[in-house]
Design a protein around this ligand. Structure first.
Ligand SMILES: NC(=O)c1ccc[n+]([C@@H]2O[C@H](COP(=O)([O-])OP(=O)(O)OC[C@H]3O[C@@H](n4cnc5c(N)ncnc54)[C@H](OP(=O)(O)O)[C@@H]3O)[C@@H](O)[C@H]2O)c1
Length: 265
């Protein structure tokens, strides 16, 4: 199998590195105008073949990941629609609808996925929207390839903006929360390395506890919030300052931006 990448940036490379670990027999074709991106890709995957034109990637590959930025789609697909391709296209572009992809790529063999940055270490979560009319083999192939970099969750396409706002952008919200927790630790007199370790392990452990027990987050929260205790005192401030509303507004803004990108791509 030949797997192509239109755009060999961070996500394209992460996907290729994940796929290498499980697919025994495949070759990689990339096309990217950025010499630095091509070089970084070749450093990690020296056997990848660099092609000058996106059209050549689409002509030769069995599967093509569309992995440029959403705003670059028009330039990346210029001239593709006039030459039919045998490839299955897997787009990871935020906000760009299947309908737009079909028009831009000149092919109906298109699925949309929304990864997140933990995919870079094989621990991501990805929303996958497939057109139900797409051949079942294509659907399964897309899911199998994407599963190399994270947990794949199939969703209707109408949910993709919400997936973008929650899990696509989500790691950045978590990093922001972590930054604030570390800063609080420093203010309280902890050494930076100790504050960092305590906070990262707290996030990791809390997420693992949720996953391992299958419990609801509010149940686990209540277990550690005894009346008059320390956790209760901290949580009361989060409630007073409206943390829930802040998070809902942040996710809402990301979803809105995803919709705007859909309109502008
Ligand atoms: N990173 C994330 O956390 C994340 C999460 C979810 C979804 N995504 C999606 O993943 C996609 C890629 O993100 P990324 O972080 O991997 O971006 P990236 O590192 O900037 O990679 C995109 C690459 O595509 C190249 N490119 C530009 N124009 C092109 C063209 N005409 N033909 C082929 N390649 C072209 C870019 O080159 P230049 O640098 O010269 O522009 C760049 O090297 C985005 O659509 C984003 O929505 C990313």
């Amino acid at each position: 199998m030949k797997i192509g990448f239109l755009g060999a940036g961070k996500m394209g490379l992460a996907l290729a590195q994940g796929i290498i670990q499980t697919e025994a027999d495949f070759s990689t074709l990339i096309s990217d105008p950025d010499a630095g991106a091509r070089e970084r890709f070749l450093q990690q995957i020296p056997q990848a073949v660099v092609l000058e034109e996106n059209q050549a990637v689409c002509r030769e590959a069995d599967v093509v990941f569309v992995a440029c930025k959403p705003q670059q789609l028009a330039a990346a697909t210029e001239s593709l629609s006039c030459e039919p391709s045998k490839a299955l296209y897997i787009s990871i572009l935020a906000g760009v609808t299947t309908q737009r992809l079909v028009t831009a790529l000149g092919s109906k063999r298109v699925v949309r996925a929304m990864p997140n940055t933990p995919c870079l270490i094989g621990q991501g979560v990805l929303g996958l929207a497939v057109n139900p009319a797409l051949d079942a083999n294509d659907q399964d192939l897309a899911e199998r390839l994407l599963a190399n970099v994270g947990t794949v969750v199939r969703v209707p396409e109408a949910w993709m903006d919400a997936v973008t706002g929650i899990s696509g952008s989500g790691p950045a919200y978590v990093f922001k929360f972590i930054e604030a927790m570390i800063q609080s630790g420093l203010k309280a007199g902890l050494e930076p390395s100790i504050a960092r370790l305590l906070v990262i392990e707290t996030f990791r452990g809390a997420a693992e506890l949720l996953r391992a027990t299958g419990a609801e987050p509010d149940e686990l929260r209540q277990q550690v919030s005894s009346p008059g205790g320390t956790t209760m005192a901290g949580l009361a401030v989060l409630d007073q300052r409206g943390l829930d509303q802040i998070i809902q507004s942040a996710v809402g803004a990301a979803i809105e931006r995803s919709r705007e990108l859909a309109g502008s791509s």
